[in-house]
Every structure is written in C-alpha cells, then in structure tokens.
Ligand binder design. Sequence first.
Ligand SMILES: Cc1ncc(COP(=O)(O)O)c(C=O)c1O
Length: 385
Amino acid sequence: MSIPHGRNPPAAVPFNRHWNAPGEAEAVAEALRSGHLCGDGPFTRRCQERLAALLDGTPTLLTPSGTAALELAALLLGERPGSVVVPSFTFPSTASAFALRGLTLRFADAEPATACVSAQTIAAAAAPDTVGVCLVHYAGIACDMEPILALVRARGWWLVEDAAHALGGAYRGRPLGTFGDLAAFSFHETKNASCGEGGALAVGRRALLARAEILREKGTDRSRFFRGEVDKYGWQELGSSYLLAEVLAAVLSAQLAAFAAIQERRRAVWLRYAQALAGWAREQGIALPQPPPWAQPAWHAFWMVFPDLAARSAFISHMRARGIIAPFHYQALHVSPLGQRLGGCRGQCPVAERLSDCLVRLPLFAGISETQVQLVIDAALAFRA
Ligand SMILES: Cc1ncc(COP(=O)(O)O)c(C=O)c1O
C-alpha cells in the first residue's frame, strides 16, 4: 500500500499514517452486513465499554469527532453566561466549542516544560465573570491536576478536560479524562486510537449523563426509548446530532482492542527519540519533552522546542529534504486572526507564542518501522541549529 500524498512526492517517513489494527477490516464488513449503519449499535456499545474500562468506569458516549464532544460539553455546561479559560496553545476547537455557546474566551499561557496550562496561568487569565475552564493535556502529558482542581473547586467553576491527546495517560496513576465534569477524546486519524474522524465524551459528573444522552440525540429521549425505558420518545430540549456511525465505531472497536499494543509501540519510539537525541539537543540548545513526575504519558506526540523560528524553519526544511515530515503546530490562539479580532495581542501569553514559533513534532505512529525511526534520528543528528 502506498503512503497517501498530494502533489508532493511520497515521504520516506510521513508524519502520521493510520495503522490497521487486527480485525479492523472484518469489523467494518460485519457492520456493513449487519444493516445497522447509524449510531448507537453494537460496535458503539463495545467501544463505550472499552473506553469506560480505560477510564475507571466513567461512562462515555461516542461522538463524530473530538470537536463534537467539546461542543456537547459546552451545550451541557455553558448555560450560565460568563467567560471560560482555555489554553492559548491548543487546537481551535478547544476554544470555539465554548465561544459558539456564547461564552467569552480568556486565554491562559502554557508552562514552558509541558506546554500545558497550570493553576497559576489559569488564575492569571480568569476574570470575575469566569464560569469554567477547559484545559488540554498537551501531547498526552498531564497538567498538574491537584492545584488546578483546588482552584476550580474554590471558585465554583466547572472543568472540562480536552483529552484529545490523552487516552491512556494518567496523573499520579489516575486516568486522564476522569478529573473534569466532562472530558472530550478524539479519534481523528492522527490520534493514538483512530477511526479517521471520531470522538467521545466522558461524563465524569454522572448527574449530567441523562441530559448528555438527550442533547446528543437531537434533543430527544430516543436513547431511553431504545432501552425500553419509555414507550415513545419526544423532543425534550435543544440538542444536536452527535452520534458516530457504526462503520467508524467498528474501526474504533478494533483499535481499542489493540490499544495496549499501540501504546507500547508509541512508548518505545518516543523513548528511543528521547534517548538518541538528548545529547545532540543539549548541544544545539533544543529542549526535549520532560514528563513531570506526576505524569504517566499517553505517548501522543514527541516534540522539540528550537531556540528560534529561523532554526525551526531550517530544521523542518532539513528533514523534508531527507523525505521526513516534521510539522509544527499550534498557532497561539490569542494571536490568530480570530484571536486578535477578539482582543488578543502579542505578549499576552509569551510561552504560547514561543511554542508557536519554535515547536516541532517528529513522526510517531504505531506502524512506524525501525528503519524509519533510525532515518528520523540520523537526519535530526545531522542538523546544526
Ligand atoms: C487539543 C485538541 N483538541 C481538540 C481537537 C479536535 O479533535 P477532532 O479533530 O477529533 O475534532 C484536536 C484535534 O487535533 C486537538 O488537538
């Protein structure tokens, strides 16, 4: 099978490539044959059970994307007007889900060592009208949750974990995605477990589960009807459609069945990069990720922070010339075009701005070969900042 590519020649080492889990194609065929193609069929149930098992029993609902899970979280929690604190260094969905609900955004800066927000940066961004926080466990490495939970409880805020990177990660042994009132997971193609596009909402605050089911089912109590709990269903609330089609749930069920193997492979590659590049990175003034003592990483991303934008651009070109795709992300949201229209300005979140200019990720996916890992390491070691 060839590596998908657009007008560029195929990369020797793409940044990411979907890995076909054992039984994935058979599960898709079974879903197609079953005649049950819409959401909430047997494959959805299987995925939700597997996710709950990874999340200490927290109930989960599959959604069409991580973005949809965040939007469902915002529908559930965002009734009280005010502002929400979100990281500046994140994907736009973390913020837009809440802004779409009418909440004002307040951008929190990142900690340089983890690229995550902290209790200090959240408190600095909050305002008297703040009603909630949505944090991101960047790259699957936990935010420091104890001080954050203490802050959130003291102020009476709700908490959402954007756990798009974090399935399989933990904070002091407790799974990420079990700390917030709600947590959003992503199964986008680039994530550790993937079905192309997909997501899940974990409902930590159990009292929200019944309403979550209703809002996800177009505002109706159809889920209760299908379980035989009511004899007809009707329009109960303003909701939307946030179900994942069964064919995609079939892919995800195979991925989740192989999750331990996926994590083991990603961990091995991550640790290999860390070990092989440590001396070179020190010499070149490049920072590598250092998981803090509280974090058991989810091994979602291996990243490096270059001394400046010019060095990062030179590294990306150097790798591309050797057929290796090493991309950067994210544009700090407060200085994005929309962020600036919302009042964001340079200097407001200096760490996020620096990460935005200087961070690069290396290829990391379950199917990466030993030869490809070595190509990445050799190419990086040949670079001089
Ligand atoms: C931190 C973060 N949150 C949310 C999302 C959105 O997830 P999805 O692409 O499944 O909508 C992403 C996507 O990459 C992400 O990185």
